[in-house]
Design a protein around this ligand. Sequence first.
Ligand SMILES: Nc1ncnc2c1ncn2[C@@H]1O[C@H](COP(=O)(O)OP(=O)(O)OP(=O)(O)O)[C@@H](O)[C@H]1O
Ligand SMILES: [Mg+2]
Length: 411
Amino acid sequence: MSDVIVGVDIGTSKVSTVIGKTNNTGEVEILGKGIESCSGIKKGIIVDIEATSNSIQSSVKKAEAQAELKVGSAYVNISGLHVDIINHKTYTNIASDSREISRHDVEKLLYAAGTISIPDDSEIIDVVPRQFIVDGYDGINDPVGMKGTKLEGDFDVVVGKIISIQNIVRSMEKAGIKVDGLIAEGFAAGECILLPDEKDMGVILIDIGGGTTEISVYKDEKLVMNRCLPVGGDHITNDLSIALKMTYAESEKIKRQFQLALTTLIKNDQEISVNDLSESFKKNIKVSDAIEVIEARVYEIFSLCKDLVYTNCPGSYGAGVVLSGNGISTLDGAMQIAYDIFDIPVRVAAPKVKNIPTLDYCTAAGMVKYIARQDKEASTISIKSIPKANKKVRERTFLKKVISALKDFFY
Ligand SMILES: Nc1ncnc2c1ncn2[C@@H]1O[C@H](COP(=O)(O)OP(=O)(O)OP(=O)(O)O)[C@@H](O)[C@H]1O
Ligand SMILES: [Mg+2]
């Protein structure tokens, strides 16, 4: 049971749960998955803990039934809306006579990175090493056992807003699930979708969900940017209801019926009969009236993404853009629009994990893979702490273990 890893993706539209296990060959095997729609989240923010926890509970139950096991705890995602990833470099001199770098030296660096000063309303969620540098030689994943006099660590310190973390933890606990750790979506997002070569060449992963657009940028195999825009597929539906004066439900129906984002792809611009906003009469609209509205929003979202990426991480992206999430990637023409805006190759993501058939489970399965990889690679030491807000859970965390291990060292 101990090698079972559970990932829960709390999204604006749905909660997805994936239960996985590392098999003898080190591969992640998916044992069960479950999904439940969610109405407790608006634009990526939990606004109703009760509704969110009900969705979590139901999604976990479905996964439990498939996996035939009971889930006590799980990892949960936290959107880029609520986290900042601060790159922090620190170093230590190797004191031992042998000059051999020990795990202790690495943990000391990790601990130092975990004590950087952060805003009062925030909490450190994780400290993830990007690379280690030994006596000036960079790109080292695992320095333990190497000889050197100076060990430098290049870390991503993941800092989350306390209030958002508390709401996530409360929703999980109300559903009867303890939190093993919070994972910034950017770290999990690519695990199930991107190839190592793509991460190496440079790639922009855009996950457009219901209420948010999560942008994860990878270069040289590392996550270099994870940001989130509070806009997604639900805004397209909203635009349709405002522009064409239809109910939200009618707009969602039209969006899903045509699944188009480009007016030039309309084959037959016929008139269709829709319910008016008042729901008291029917009226005719042209298909192009609806697709024009969708097209405008899709152009806008991709333009915002491009600005964010190239302002923060200028450079070239050899592996192009990968579109994920159900918000836009399901629409015909979305790839062409993304190509128009970014002017680099674009593809729609396809899950690369066995038994993960749709994009719905990619974030949850990505979390399972991410944790499995960390467990496997001793070098990928990471602190997965839980905020002060939840001391009981914090007791179980790696941070706690690291701190107690280091007490002897410091005092
Ligand atoms: N077949 C479809 N055609 C068009 N749009 C769709 C279709 N299916 C789902 N969507 C849209 O996808 C969006 C939900 O996407 P997704 O399931 O990726 O969101 P989420 O992960 O729950 O949300 P977020 O990541 O923003 O927190 C909604 O706006 C929904 O209208
Ligand atoms: Mg999502």
